[in-house]
Design a protein around this ligand. Structure first.
Ligand SMILES: Cc1cc2nc3c(=O)[nH]c(=O)nc-3n(C[C@H](O)[C@H](O)[C@H](O)COP(=O)(O)O)c2cc1C
Length: 378
């Protein structure tokens, strides 16, 4: 589309990610929806949830997080076994048939936890490392087979890859301690994923720009990480923040579950899903910094930013100022699935605005579907 003269010409300019043509730069940031069934299969409700957003004018929906290990908690949609491919194929086929949005799967693995115990990266055995690598490789292959247009490796927040990348990774077996050691797992995962999906299949990654915890990664480390990832050949880098276990506050979940400390209860959690008391676009500077770092190193890797970007005007300014290449939206799309369509048609006033009350996040913490309390249709 020629977007010249449009009010939001940057937002609606197409972009190519390793040959995958997105019609615009508005993507649904991964949003654990809670609509899978107890076996981790897609349900009509889940399909409808994403379809409404895909039809709402997005360039791409990133489904997630999609579990790739065999553990059953938390209740996520899954690609941890071949048995899930069929349902996922029906899901992607529907998105492709009824919208012109692309669909990507965010692949997640996490460390074990119990009621009073959380595994750290330093506790992982060599066998577990090999298993985890396999999860990513098989998960990516299944996503490709199921018709996803792309995969995103979840390397942000408090999960496995972020834990390898963390300064708290003190492993002495080559998978930690030094910068190269901390990068080793993600390098091997990416190489093996790339090997199975082939050179033309888009593989992105989500990382933290800043962990927002004491002794966590800051831009000082993440600049090096982003540059290395671009050099490795990742097809996009999505920049998130926080969401760590180290400062999580305990909650008593309403549902029976062994997960009393979701990584979204402390300050770092708030940085991940910035509430109304934080400024608009509060994390954009992280994406802008990493994008600048990558560009200066000679890489054109597209960068996604997300976090409290409420209205098209703010999103357009972020793109115009060269702070990011794509805009990720999560809570604004829970509130209004047609955010992008209304922006494209310059019907800004019709956009139902997210209040960033984080009621959806509370719901997620308690293991319930994370819909918006103000959007009765979900
Ligand atoms: C209910 C909910 C679930 C989320 N689940 C995920 C997830 O599974 N993976 C992930 O990387 N980010 C997840 N996020 C973070 C979002 O992708 C996004 O980065 C964050 O909410 C900031 O964007 P926003 O201000 O547009 O909501 C979730 C956010 C919300 C609100």
């Amino acid at each position: 589309m020629n977007t010249q003269g449009m009010k939001y010409e940057m937002l609606f300019a197409p972009i190519s990610i390793n040959g995958l043509e997105l019609k615009n730069r508005v993507v649904m940031s991964p949003t654990h929806d809670g609509f899978a069934n107890k076996d981790g299969d897609v349900t009509p409700k889940l399909i409808d949830f994403y379809l409404r957003r895909a039809k709402g004018g997005l360039g791409m929906v990133i489904v997630g997080a999609v579990a790739i290990n065999p553990r059953s908690f938390p209740p996520l949609v899954r690609l941890s076994d071949d048995q899930h491919i069929r349902g996922m194929s029906e899901f992607t086929a529907k998105i492709h048939a009824e919208s012109d949005s692309k669909i990507c799967a965010q692949l997640i693995d996490w460390l074990k936890f119990g009621k009073h115990w959380k595994q750290t990266i330093n506790d992982l055995t060599s066998e577990e490392i090999i298993d985890k690598m396999d999860y990513f490789v098989k998960g990516a292959a299944r996503a490709q087979q199921a018709g996803f247009d792309a995969v995103e490796i979840h390397g942000a927040h408090g999960y496995t890859i972020a834990s390898f990348l963390s300064l708290n990774n003190k492993r002495t077996d080559g998978y930690g301690k030094t910068f190269e050691g901390r990068m080793k797992f993600v390098r091997e995962v990416y190489d093996r994923v790339r090997n199975v999906v082939g050179p033309d299949y888009p593989v992105g990654i989500r990382i933290n720009g800043d962990d927002f915890i004491i002794d966590g990664n800051t831009l000082k480390q993440t600049r090096l990480i982003a540059k290395a990832l671009a050099e490795m050949g990742l097809d996009y880098i999505s920049v998130s923040a926080g969401g760590r276990y180290e400062d999580a506050r305990g909650v008593i979940p309403k549902v029976e579950c062994p997960h009393p400390y979701p990584p979204i209860g402390g300050y770092s959690g708030y940085r991940c899903m910035p509430p109304s008391w934080m400024p608009e676009a509060v994390n954009v500077y992280l994406a802008a910094d990493l994008r600048n770092t990558i560009r200066q190193a000679g890489f054109q890797t597209p960068v996604i930013t997300a976090g409290r970007i409420p209205i098209p005007k703010v999103a357009e300014a972020v793109l115009k100022e060269g702070q990011a290449d794509l805009i990720g939206l999560s809570r604004p799309l829970l509130r209004d699935p047609e955010w992008a369509l209304k922006a494209e048609e310059e019907r800004d006033k019709d956009i139902k605005k997210c209040t960033y009350c984080n009621d959806c996040v509370e719901r997620e913490i308690h293991g319930e579907p994370s819909y918006c309390q103000y959007n009765k249709e979900q």
